[in-house]
Write a protein that binds this ligand. Structure first.
Ligand code: NAP
Length: 151
């Protein structure tokens, strides 16, 4: 291959599925992230308070209760505002040993004494919490990097 060229992986022909990942929250970010993950070959299950939200979800994904969805995956993206994290403490035993991805942002700096990831870790002490994707907008996930630059 020429040193001035880059081989891009063609994902359209992928005939095998990667692992199942879970997303809590069927809002703007959860839907956009789920679409990208599906396009990348992952199976996606949503944990949601309302199964009727499935009408808006990317084709090929599934939606179920938080507990059922957590059982399906090792990695769980928490696409819910920090203000609503409280419900996660009641799922602590289901989330034991799982990787929780905190994608959240706050409305302003210094709003809370601890970071959102630290708070999440306190609510679910048996999980491994990582911070990621919070600097990517739902719009950028759906539209791709070039279009997102117009924001
Ligand atoms: P959103 O459209 O309002 O969706 C949030 C989702 O959280 C709701 O659809 C709902 O899902 C769930 N939820 C709401 N209240 C809840 C409660 N009381 N208990 C449990 N779940 C509840 O917000 P979003 O824009 O997707 O943002 C989600 C997270 O992503 C936030 O932390 C935000 O900071 C972060 N983020 C967003 C963007 C972005 O561009 N939008 C970019 C970076 C990071 P169900 O109805 O399915 O339960």
């Amino acid at each position: 291959m020429n040193s001035d060229s880059v081989a891009m992986t063609d994902l359209s022909g992928m005939n095998h599925k990667l692992e199942t990942v879970c997303i809590f929250g069927t809002g703007d970010f959860g839907r956009s992230l789920g679409l990208r993950l599906l396009q990348s070959g992952y199976s996606v299950v949503y944990g949601s308070r309302a199964l009727k939200n499935s009408l808006l979800l990317p084709k090929g994904s599934k939606v179920m209760s938080h507990t059922a969805a957590a059982c399906e995956a090792h990695v769980i993206f928490v696409a819910v505002q920090r203000e609503h994290y409280g419900f996660l403490s009641s799922l602590a035993s289901d989330l034991e040993g799982k990787v929780l991805v905190d994608v959240s942002n706050n409305l302003r700096r210094g709003l809370y004494p601890e970071s959102n990831a630290e708070y999440l870790s306190r609510l679910v002490p048996g999980a491994m919490v990582v911070k990621a994707f919070n600097t990517i907008s739902a719009w950028a996930l759906q539209s791709g990097g070039l279009d997102a630059n117009r924001q």
